[in-house]
Design a protein around this ligand. Structure first.
Ligand SMILES: [Zn+2]
Length: 283
């Protein structure tokens, strides 16, 4: 819908711009979307992106062009392609840093130290508009989405992205929580989704429903593979369950497969009697 041009702020709503970071790749698609949101006389930066001084230069240029100083940083979650640039933004602008509680695993930005930890249901005042905080654990346990209530625009971080499914890596990632968080969003009125990667998603209801259906179809494939095979670890099962996905992506798919297996144990449909091994539960 809007050009994904790196480095240049593109309007995606009234008082909302997207600035694409310079980190395209296998895991980040075209790159991380940083969003700029008008708030009072200032500008809030949502998901400042990876630690990259060129991106901060582009951010400063966008702020000057828009004519509003950067006054706050918000993060959906603290993976290294979303939050580390906060430190560089703080060097340039006197910002307040808002977002999830820090999380300690190997994939996290350990420099993340918010001034205020946001909680589910909190409504942030943008001065004439409001941003609702929606806790959406799943992709990672400290994940938040933000709903711009006047625009009906959901900033979805990595909960929903455009162009592919997201990786769910246990233990911080949880498939059960992910599906619950998707169903929770079905209770909100959404006009569009502004994802952490890729272009705007124009039909939120359809995107959410099809994502839930896709994950449940994958779960069926996991059950089917478990019923037909003697192998039992995620590494053994991945080629069968992700036959439709190119083999070079299987190491990444293995994380989400592990998340599916853990969900099946939680649901009482599989068991893991030995370390790392999963089997169907009978009886
Ligand atoms: Zn992420």
């Amino acid at each position: 819908m809007f050009a994904l041009t790196p480095g240049k702020a593109v309007p995606v709503g009234s008082g909302i711009w997207r600035l694409l970071a310079l980190n395209p790749g296998m895991m980040s698609g075209p790159g991380t979307n940083t969003y700029l949101i008008a708030a009072g006389d200032g500008l809030w930066v949502l998901d400042p992106g990876p630690e990259d001084s060129r991106h901060v230069d582009n951010l400063a240029a966008a702020s000057a062009e828009i004519g509003r100083p950067v006054t706050a940083v918000l993060c959906t979650h603290t993976h290294r392609d979303h939050s580390p640039c906060t430190a560089l933004v703080k060097e340039r602008f006197p910002v307040r840093v808002l977002g999830p509680a820090p999380l300690d695993d190997a994939l996290q930005d350990h420099s993340w130290q918010p001034d205020e930890v946001l909680v589910d249901g909190q409504v942030l005042d943008l001065g004439g508009a409001a941003l609702k905080v929606i806790a959406t654990p799943g992709h990672v346990s400290n994940h938040l989405c933000f709903l711009h209530q006047q625009e009906g625009l959901l900033f979805s971080g990595d909960h929903l992205i455009n162009g592919s499914t997201v990786v769910i890596a246990p233990p911080a990632g949880s498939m059960s929580a992910y599906l619950d968080s998707l169903r929770k969003l079905q209770g909100e009125t959404l006009r569009a989704i502004a994802p952490g990667h890729g272009d705007l998603i124009a039909d939120p209801a359809q995107a959410i429903a099809s994502t839930i259906a896709h994950r449940l179809q994958r779960e069926d494939k996991v059950l089917d593979a478990l019923s037909r095979t003697s192998v039992c670890t995620p590494a053994d099962l991945v080629a069968q369950v992700y036959q439709d996905v190119p083999a070079f992506l299987h190491p990444v798919a293995e994380f989400s497969l592990h998340a599916h297996l853990i969900k099946l144990v939680e649901d009482g449909r599989a068991e893991s009697p030995e370390d790392g091994c999963y089997r169907l539960k009978h009886g």
